[in-house]
Design a protein around this ligand. Sequence first.
Ligand code: CMC
Length: 430
Amino acid sequence: MAQKGTATLNLGKGGESIELPILSGTMGPDVVDIRTLHAKSGMFTYDPGYLSTASSRSEITFINGAKGVLLYRGYPIEQLASQCDFTEVCFLLMNGELPSVDQKLAFDNAIKGHSMLHEQLVKFYTGFRRDAHPMAVMVGVVGALSAFYHEAMDISDASHRELSALRLIAKLPTIAAMAYKYSIGQPFVYPCNDLSYSENFLRMMFAVPTEEYTPNPVIVRALDRILILHADHEQNASTSTVRLAGSSGANPFACISAGIACLWGPAHGGANEACLNMLEEIGDVSRIDEYIERAKDKDDSYRLMGFGHRVYKNFDPRANLMRETCHEVLNELGLQNDPLFKLALELERIALEDEYFISKKLYPNVDYYSGIVQRALGIPTIMFTAIFAMARTVGWVAQWSEMISDPEYRIGRPRQLYTGATLRDVPSDR
Ligand code: CMC
């Protein structure tokens, strides 16, 4: 991070102005360092939704929204998605470099060594209603991990942080699959160390004690790609939630639980589930226009789920990759004529030609296709966001650990523009 001159801010009070440093990263827009603004001027900045605010510095993920670029530690997402598996990407996000063969083996073994849940934690599940949403279960069970690992909760110790990160990455698939098994009344399937990360998750989801389960390699590869594409996305809402929760010194399990809660919202990770529900509600190509008109109506809050992105304004590179996977999976599984997929393609075509969507730069995002792929893989809609959480856990822990080890880190404490009542007295006759 280098200083590159100063910006002069005219405060409009009789020509008074102040100088603020301009900082440059290695790529992307420069930032005006406003940390001294309040001390120098008594003013705050106002930026609801953080449209112009860099909340932190980070070396992990880079996005260029105008050009549709997404890099993890400098590597293009397209190359990672086609040449690496998910645990290699996890290693990269956490450590900054791709693993050597030995490092990859050691990392995979470390993950496998932490994939089981404490048996007392397994009993937690029976406290939930059968029809509980898997994300509700995930928020609760991941938060409850805090109660089991007191011996490694010193967040200032890098080895404790690494152990917590491994535990979270390893246990999330087990927690998610158990939430599903509980909801359908089937016995839990414990992790199996002979399998890869994605194979293991599929087995925990779909195996039953009465039959062997052999994962289809096409399905395994598609799931691995979903996990890679969702692994990190710089300072999105859930990652910012994890950072803010962690900034107080809260333990990592509580922070990731907060991230899962944020991810659940339909504007964020909940969009894949909402998108599939939308396609099912539309039901037929003949009704697409009606829904497009609703999405365009200023007096209707309805939005097309899976369209639009705060950062990507031309295309979402993850969506291109997911679209490719979508075609591969549907062809491989003989589902090319699936009516929902045909409906999705037609909705995409109509929206992309519509002046409203063109002028507002609203394109299908990754979640538009990830829902369709997951459905083809046999994953129930209610599990889509839980799988997103499983993938994003590595991004959350990498960002959390980076924040804790940054000497500039301080508790996150935004200020406000107060618009309430001015000072007044409680009436004396009360
Ligand atoms: N359908 C119809 N209109 C839309 C949509 C949509 N999906 N998204 C944005 N708009 C309109 C919005 O009404 C607004 O119009 P106007 O300028 O007339 O007020 C304009 O486009 C800008 O929208 P915004 O809400 O100010 O944009 P934002 O950057 O704050 O929101 C978003 C980004 C992703 C929350 C939003 O596009 C959205 O709600 N999309 C649907 C949900 C979705 O697919 N979310 C998944 C995001 S990708 C996965 C992830 O990273 O979590």
